[in-house]
Design a protein around this ligand. Structure first.
Ligand SMILES: Nc1ncnc2c1ncn2[C@@H]1O[C@H](COP(=O)(O)OP(=O)(O)OP(=O)(O)O)[C@@H](O)[C@H]1O
Ligand SMILES: [Mg+2]
Length: 379
């Protein structure tokens, strides 16, 4: 992928005017609530850098201007249900999933890319913001990524959570746009570019031109649906119950979207549904492929539907430029091959599929004020 000059890129994107502004959904002023207003007065930018957060269903990746990525951890929070106190966030909390005593719950506060538990998301954002600046009370300007298919209410929830967690001002950026920028695509040009982002809870396909999304599909299927499909298969075929972490580990170990040169086998431990005893069964990579066929098909259909809706000129560009893959789910071996065989297009995997959304949002940070001066305040 060609790398781009971030300054030229965003200047171009801004010049594409209203469509770009809509795509990025800038919010300059809050509704005058005391909390936000007071923060603007008492908390000027005391050396605090701006921050971009890829708030994902599976992982939260934090980028600080001038420093790059400073944190990439699972979006998991462990809370003591009696005191309401946060016990752990990120990697530590993820290790607790399925292993907590009754008084502690380790949960993922986002589902399918949107906030499912507002209070816990706020706590998680507070943790990541404090961690990024190594202090408790930082009030940075924040850009947060949101899936392109989210509703206004869901967008508002993200903004509110970021403000409640200490952000001074918040912009939202659509995930496919951020992924494209992070992967170095020149999205400001009048040329169609296509992106597929497979995350933990959502998959998004978007055609981008002149800095904005022209056509897109967002399906609530991602890596977790593949994990669920593996659990389901083991129940049906071997009467074996496994946890979500084990299902994901199987996918990472022997999962694939297309036949492998050397097919693999692994031993899977779980609880036998009939005897109730701990049991181990051998599982082949062909079986895992069969298990995850349905969620993969849904993602492929989303690509085909998007292509069908793409205007002919842009479709011609995409046929020439190919499709960019981003998001952790696209690391599944054989996925690029499968997508290419199905669409007949060249497919390129982003250099860093798990972080390119945060990197792209981070590049957008450098132009925070540029957006602020060009856009009317939203009240
Ligand atoms: N090597 C791999 N092979 C297959 N899947 C992988 C691999 N590495 C990570 N994943 C999957 O990628 C998903 C996480 O990707 P990512 O961090 O991009 O999601 P997210 O941005 O948090 O989610 P979303 O965008 O849906 O809100 C998980 O389901 C994980 O199992
Ligand atoms: Mg994502």
């Amino acid at each position: 992928m060609a790398r781009v000059d971030a300054g030229a890129l965003w200047a171009g994107a801004c010049d594409a005017a209203r469509r770009v502004c809509e795509a990025v959904g800038v919010r300059l002023h809050r509704d005058g609530s005391r909390r936000d207003t007071s923060r603007r007065h008492v908390a000027p930018n005391l050396g605090v850098h701006d921050i971009a957060i890829d708030l994902g269903t599976a992982n939260t990746v934090v980028y600080v201007s001038g420093r790059g990525i400073v944190a990439a951890e699972p979006s998991v929070v462990a809370v003591d249900s009696l005191s309401g106190e946060v016990q752990a966030v990120g990697v530590e909390a993820e290790r607790m999933i399925g292993r907590t005593p009754a008084t502690i719950s380790a949960t993922r506060p986002l589902r399918h890319g949107v906030i499912a538990d507002f209070a816990v998301t706020e706590q998680m954002l507070r943790y990541f913001i404090a961690r990024a600046f190594d202090r408790r009370w930082a009030h940075p300007r924040v850009i947060v990524c949101a899936p392109s298919g989210v509703t206004e209410v869901e967008k508002r929830a993200v903004e509110e959570a970021a403000l409640a967690a200490g952000a001074r001002r918040v912009h939202l950026i659509e995930e496919p746009i951020a992924a494209a920028i992070g992967a170095g695509l020149r999205i400001e040009e009048p040329v169609g570019r296509m992106v597929l982002d497979i995350g933990g809870g959502t998959s998004e396909v978007a055609v981008i031109s002149l800095g904005a999304i022209v056509v897109s599909r967002s399906v609530r299927v991602g890596g977790y649906e593949m994990d669920d499909a593996i659990s389901h298969y083991l129940r049906e075929a071997y009467q074996l119950a496994i946890g979500s972490q084990t299902a994901e580990a199987i996918k990472l170990q022997i999962g694939s979207a297309a036949p492998l040169a050397d097919e693999l086998t692994t031993g899977v431990r779980g609880r036998h549904l009939v005897t109730g005893l701990p049991t181990e069964v051998p599982l082949r990579s062909e079986e895992v492929r069969e298990a995850i066929h349905a969620p993969l098909e849904e993602i492929l259909r989303a690509i085909e539907d998007t292509l069908e809706d793409t205007p002919p000129e842009l479709a011609g560009d995409i046929a020439r430029e190919g499709l960019l893959l981003a998001g952790g789910g696209t690391l599944l071996p054989g996925l690029a091959r499968l997508v290419s065989a199905r669409t007949g297009m060249a497919v390129t995997l982003a250099d860093s599929p798990l972080t390119c959304v945060a990197i792209g949002s981070g590049q957008a940070l450098e132009h925070f004020d540029q957006f602020a001066t060009r856009l009317p305040p939203r009240r």
